[in-house]
Design a protein around this ligand. Structure first.
Ligand code: GTP
Length: 616
């Protein structure tokens, strides 16, 4: 079969289209079936293109070569080719080629257990793949990175990458990558010590690959299942799967694969107490790992060797071997291996009768186991924690919403309260104003009423009642103090004629004019009031006859000068006045008024427009 492939590759040599992607892809695909044949072909192509100075095609050949070299674990050689390829590829400006070299470099660093490097390189390659929008490459590099993460125990991040890769692979039906991803998911379970689940996924991954075409992948899966059965202490099953894996690796001439199986078979032999067989297996694997610089496997191989040496009774050698491994074991950063190492170290101290150290190591081992258990718990708890956090956040948001609503209600209530206060305050103010207005009006109307009660409506002069009361007070004062007092009754002359000739309004105006003339002409202590239609009463305290005469003259003078609306100035407005002075016999004001009345009657009779004094 190998020769058939070889012939088929060479038979197309003449009409091969080196520019087409398919040609190089076909060549790369054959690595799984016969990597050595591909190496041979790639080397010859590289040589040919070097001579022909076809740099791009030369790089294509180098990419395939590096891939085949990695597949056959010729890591040093692969590294040289990859480094040269990466140094030159930028000049050609081909992202695709760069990604292929990077892919091999990642695989190489992965094989060497340089997990941090794997993560960095994958992230770098991922950026390129995303720029080129190549789903297959994106899924591939995500998966590579997840493997680096998983190997360095960052299981959560690893799962995130795996999930992303899984979705892309599923969407584009990339069965090969799917197989690898499911394989990786299984490995995460393995990391977490969930062996049954891990076995389940490895077996599922087997269903995604064609065992005839991908013997390499199949052998790895079988190997992984075998290893897990060792963890489960099901050594019979373990042996069965490992034997199947070994058979495939032998077919492929896959030295590394064979070495891996031997290292696990060594563990089985050790666990069954067959130390000699264990040693044989270690001898068949450890040198291969050392040759390929697979550091993790070298460390584990040495650990196994130390354990077998211890079991065989050479405590001192075993102890020295273990002590020399301390850093390497720490670098593995693997809980299971660390635990195994600590226990082996404790046992070798014990066997060497160094009990103090032995006890310390046992304690360290126990502490480590507890730490691991809590770490695993933490990882599963992390999800719950995250969910709880989300719930907590949701609750917080709900609470905030409610708080907001309450705040709004509070503000609305405050608003309402404020409005009510304003309303009440303004109502009170309005009420006070209304009351004040009413009060004011009442006071005004009361005053008016009082004024009306005491005054003559037409002229504003004190009315009959008012002037008589005032007169009565003055009369009693005069009596008490034995002072002078005079009263005069005044009657307008021919008033009827004025009304008749010039109208009632003109008559009213005459009455007003008369009152004004009186006010201007009498003393402040004198009082005048209207006691009838055109009849007036004048009260003059401390008045002599002369005072009365002067008052009559002044009133007469003032009235004659008045311009009275409605009454022609040619028409004289006059009045008659009868005055009486207080007498010792007078008992009341009316006694004086009666005499004044008689006097005015006389004045009228004597021709009007004159003053008549009643006889004393
Ligand atoms: N315009 C007006 N006329 C009034 C008022 N009160 C009474 N009179 C009138 O005054 C007139 C009084 O007339 P008389 O009593 O005959 O007296 P007289 O015309 O003044 O004549 P003598 O007194 O004799 O000079 C009547 O015609 C009344 O109607 C008033 O308030 N306004």
């Amino acid at each position: 079969m190998l020769s058939t492939l070889f012939i088929s590759l060479h038979s197309h040599a003449n009409d091969e289209d080196y520019q087409s992607k398919e040609y190089w892809q076909t060549l790369a695909d054959r690595i799984k079936e016969d990597p050595n044949l591909v190496i041979e072909k790639a080397l010859s192509l590289q040589q040919k293109f070097t001579q022909e100075h076809q740099s791009y095609n030369e790089l294509q050949a180098m990419a395939v070569l590096s891939s085949a070299l990695v597949a056959t674990s010729q890591f040093d050689h692969a590294e040289t080719v990859i480094n040269e390829g990466l140094a030159r590829v930028d000049k050609e400006g081909s992202s695709m080629l760069k990604m292929r070299f990077l892919r091999e470099q990642i695989l190489l660093t992965h094989e060497r257990g340089q997990w941090q490097q794997v993560i960095i390189l994958s992230s770098h390659a991922l950026v390129l793949a995303e720029q080129e929008n190549m789903p297959q490459m994106i899924a591939h590099f995500l998966h590579n990175r997840s493997r680096g993460l998983r190997a360095s125990s960052q299981n959560q991040q690893a799962l995130a990458d795996m999930l992303a890769a899984y979705q892309i692979a599923k969407a584009h039906d990339m069965r090969l990558i799917l197989a690898e991803i499911v394989n990786s998911i299984a490995l995460v379970h393995q990391n977490l010590g969930q062996f049954d689940e891990a076995i389940h996924y490895f077996k599922e991954a087997l269903t995604f690959i064609d065992s005839d075409k991908d013997k390499f992948g199949t052998s790895i899966l079988l190997y992984n299942i075998g290893t897990l059965y060792i963890h489960k202490q099901d050594l019979a099953q373990a042996k069965e799967y490992l034997q199947q894996s070994l058979a495939l690796s032998l077919t492929l001439n896959d030295e590394i694969g064979i070495a891996y199986v031997h290292s696990q078979l060594a563990t089985i032999a050790y666990n069954t107490g067959d130390y000699q067989r264990a040693l044989n297996h270690i001898e068949q694997s450890l040198p291969v790992f050392e040759q390929a610089k697979i550091y993790q496997s070298i460390t584990l191989g040495k650990l196994n060797l130390a354990k077998v040496t211890l079991a065989q009774g050479d405590h001192q050698t075993a102890l020295n071997m273990l002590l020399a491994l301390e850093n390497d074991i720490a670098n593995l950063n693997n809980d299971t291996h660390s635990k195994g190492y600590l226990l082996a170290l404790a046992r070798s101290y014990q066997k060497s009768r160094l009990f103090q150290q032995a006890s310390e190591q046992y304690e360290a081992a126990i502490a480590h186991i507890e730490q691991t258990a809590s770490k695993n718990n933490k990882e599963s708890l992390q999800k719950i924690q995250t969910q709880m956090n989300i719930q907590h956040e949701q609750q917080k948001t709900e609470l905030l919403k409610k708080e907001n609503e309450l705040q709004k209600q509070r503000i609305a209530q405050q608003d309402l309260r404020q409005k009510l206060v304003y309303l009440v305050a303004s109502t009170v103010v309005a009420l006070i104003l209304v009351i004040l207005v009413i009060l004011f009006q009442q006071i005004r109307s009361r005053r008016k009423f009082i004024r009306l009660a005491l005054s003559d409506e037409l002229t504003g002069a004190p009315n009959r009642r008012n002037i008589r009361e005032k007169g009565a007070v003055m009369f009693s004062q005069a009596k008490t103090n034995a002072t002078e007092l005079a009263v005069a009754v005044i009657d307008l002359d021919n008033f009827k004629t004025i009304n008749d000739n010039f109208g009632h309004e003109a008559g009213d105006n005459v009455l007003k004019a008369f009152y004004q003339s009186c006010k201007q002409s009498i003393r402040a202590s004198d009082n005048i009031g209207r006691i009838g239609g055109e009849e007036w009463l004048l009260i003059m305290p401390a008045a002599s006859e002369q005072n009365i005469t002067d008052a009559f003259k002044r009133i007469r003078q003032t009235l004659s000068q008045q311009q009275i609306a409605g009454v022609p100035s040619t028409h004289p407005v006059t009045f008659s006045m009868g005055a009486a002075a207080i007498k010792p016999d007078d008992k009341k004001l009316d006694d004086m008024i009666r005499r004044a009345d008689s006097a005015v009657y006389k004045a009228k009779a004597q021709g009007r427009d004159q003053l008549t004094l009643a006889a004393i």
